[in-house]
Design a protein around this ligand. Structure first.
Ligand SMILES: [Fe+2]
Length: 335
């Protein structure tokens, strides 16, 4: 006598098989783009002060407040926007953050204070307002603050991508087998680089990009098709991105400019360096000022408007998508 057939869906489920015709994703329209979020400096700065009072790098290694997306599912779901994770890190005078290295690429962008340095594979990089300091994957890095006032900087890492790929490696100090580095002065003349270069070429041998250099380049940069002026931080050995998985740029908006709407499938984290304005992101309009940080999630039409001359520091995963052949970038034509 034949046994009655049990529920086929239950049998597929028990065998780790899923019918595609019931998939929440396949053959369905994509979900709407995620909402943008802003961390306003006037709100986050007092919370940084709270971190100064609550703990120290001696106790926790890094005094860091991660900027987690409001769409993050749990504290373990560490991302700010797409595959970009941003945070605020701060040091008091006399403090140090001891050396370590990891596969994740990281960068620092100084927002407040003066006198701190980051050592990258032993090379000392000053950190002054608006400076970008790279700590590429598996480069030893530590921080030291010899100044007189607190320092606060933006950290940005590609942690979410490494979590997805299962490629996270972390190694605490002490520093061992640090490679030989070259002085940044060896790359100070555009278009001229040393011939005898050993070691890795997948990241820039220059770790510090002073703000004054970015401002000078922007002053002479022609407008992009949307009307904004843009410069990109690159590896002088290759002309490609300064680090493999995080794309970095500075955008300048001239006074009164409204950029043409643009759309990309890359995810952006934007920090306002100087100036006031607003950004339309889909149906949202976000007003911003100095040291605010906001996200631009993928797939939105985006337009910026500046009240005065304004500069934004932008980190994105665009170069990852470009090299995978899946980056899309669109711009609406002028009316
Ligand atoms: Fe680190």
């Amino acid at each position: 006598m034949n046994q009655p057939q049990s529920d086929p869906y239950a049998r597929w489920h028990a065998a780790q098989l899923a019918p595609l015709w019931n998939s929440p994703n396949a053959h369905k329209p994509p979900p709407p783009p995620a909402a943008a979020h802003i961390w306003r400096w006037e709100e986050t700065r007092p919370l940084v002060e709270l971190a100064f009072r609550e703990t120290s790098p001696a106790a926790v290694q890094r005094r860091v407040l991660q900027m987690l997306s409001p769409h993050s599912a749990s504290p373990a779901d560490e991302y700010t926007c797409g595959s970009v994770l941003a945070a605020l890190q701060c040091l008091l005078p006399g403090e140090t953050a001891r050396p370590h290295r990891h596969t994740m690429n990281a960068l620092r962008f100084l927002l407040e204070g003066s006198g701190a340095v980051t050592l990258v594979d032993g090379k000392e990089c000053a950190m002054e307002f608006g400076d970008l300091v790279l700590t590429p994957g598996m480069c030893w890095h530590e921080h030291r603050h010899d100044g007189k006032e607190p320092v606060v900087w933006l950290d940005v890492l590609d942690v979410p991508l490494h979590q997805h790929l299962g490629t996270i490696v972390f190694q605490p100090g002490p520093v061992t087998d640090a490679p030989t580095t070259m002085l940044d002065a060896a790359f100070a003349s555009p278009g001229i680089v040393p011939v005898a270069i050993g070691g890795r070429r997948d990241h820039s041998p220059v770790f510090r990009y002073p703000y004054a250099d970015a401002v000078r380049a922007l002053r002479h940069a022609p407008p992009s098709p949307d009307g904004a002026r843009r410069v990109r931080y690159v590896n002088p050995l290759t002309g490609g991105g300064a680090m493999p998985l995080l794309d970095t740029a500075m955008l300048q908006l001239d006074a009164g400019l409204r950029t043409l709407p643009a759309r990309t499938n890359a995810n952006l984290v934007c920090t306002v360096v100087e100036g006031h304005g607003e950004t339309r992101i889909g149906d949202q309009v976000i007003a911003w000022g100095p040291r605010d940080t906001f996200t631009v999630p993928q797939h939105h039409w985006v337009s910026h408007r500046a009240e005065g001359e304004t500069r934004l520091f932008i980190v994105s995963d665009a170069d990852v998508l470009r090299r995978l052949g899946v980056l899309t970038e669109e711009i609406q034509s002028a009316p």
